[in-house]
Write a protein that binds this ligand. Structure first.
Ligand code: NJP
Length: 264
């Protein structure tokens, strides 16, 4: 494991919190150099310091709002001043707001698309030229089970994650002749700060508490995905059966998902 990751430059968006921060620590423990991006500079600075004190790597960080395309360009230009090649890009920054469509504001919906979709596309476009030139590289997009199976009260969030998966699946075919690996990560609920914004009522967290994944477990699985790339990582595995059944029996699934499986 150590050998595979040693010296690899791994850019992680949304590294100031949740699974992004945990993955940064995990890959650094295996000898990779994490490059941390997010808006909260203070949090990034303290995670970076923790990594550099604990492990013999030189993690760096840059403050970045992935929804700002110009800033994305500027920050990646700065990263390429520090490293020759980005071996892995982990597009992890994202957020959700669970609202019924009639209650959701266009501002929130627009912001979700800017961060979750346009942010992923903008960062991807910054690393593709050098990956194509080197015939190498790995891009991992954190989507969601909500990208495969929509549920009530999360239409806009689910739409952003469906978009991420559509983008990911098309990109994979485009770059496979160049040996660039493209993966999607589709988690179910994970215990992170995500729900502070997504689930203000706290109902969803209460209803799915027993299915919640720990961020450590997700970080371990994503690290394994970096070491052994595959097209999709579904967590937990059984949750993926929901979308398989949905595709086979959409009418019945609508009734189930909108009825007894409605947890929001
Ligand atoms: O959430 P959280 P997670 N520009 O809130 C950053 C997906 N997911 O780790 O900018 C740049 O702890 C934010 O940093 P900051 C989810 O959709 C989760 O759970 O400083 N960065 C922070 O570092 C997301 O794609 C669950 O505020 C921005 C990070 O994003 C990914 O997992 C289930 C940003 C969010 O950390 C990580 O979320 C699922 C911006 N404009 C998918 N806006 C789950 N937790 O249950 C936010 O299926 N960030």
């Amino acid at each position: 494991m150590m050998k595979v990751l040693k010296g690899k430059n791994i850019v992680i968006t949304g590294a100031s919190s949740g699974i992004g921060a945990k993955i940064a620590l995990k890959v650094a423990s295996l000898g990779a150099r994490p490059i941390l991006l997010a808006r909260s500079e203070d949090k990034l600075a303290s995670i970076c310091e923790k990594i550099n004190n604990q492990f013999p790597v030189k993690a760096i960080y840059f403050s970045l709002d992935v929804s700002n395309t110009n800033q994305v360009k500027e920050v990646f230009a700065k990263i390429y001043q520090e490293v020759d090649f980005i071996h892995v890009l982990l597009n992890n920054a994202g957020f959700g707001i669970f609202d019924m469509v009639h209650e959701a504001t266009m501002t929130d919906i627009d912001h979700m698309f800017q961060v979750n979709v346009m942010g992923v596309i903008a960062c991807t476009k910054e690393v593709l030229p050098s990956m194509l030139e080197k015939n190498s590289g790995h891009i991992i997009n954190v989507a969601s089970q909500a990208g495969k199976l929509a549920t009530p009260k999360s239409s806009a969030y689910a739409a952003t994650k469906h978009a991420v998966l559509g983008f990911t699946n098309s990109l994979r075919m485009e770059v496979s002749p160049f040996h660039i690996k493209i993966s999607a990560v589709n988690p179910g609920p994970i215990e992170t700060a995500f729900f502070t914004t997504a689930d203000k009522s706290g109902n969803y967290v209460k209803n799915v508490q027993k299915y919640m994944l720990s961020s450590e477990k997700v970080a371990d699985k994503v690290t394994k995905l970096i070491i052994h790339p595959k097209r999709e990582l579904n967590l937990p595995v059984w949750m993926n059966w929901g979308s398989v059944l949905y595709n086979l029996f959409p009418g019945i699934a609508d009734k189930l998902v909108g009825g007894i499986l409605n947890k929001k």
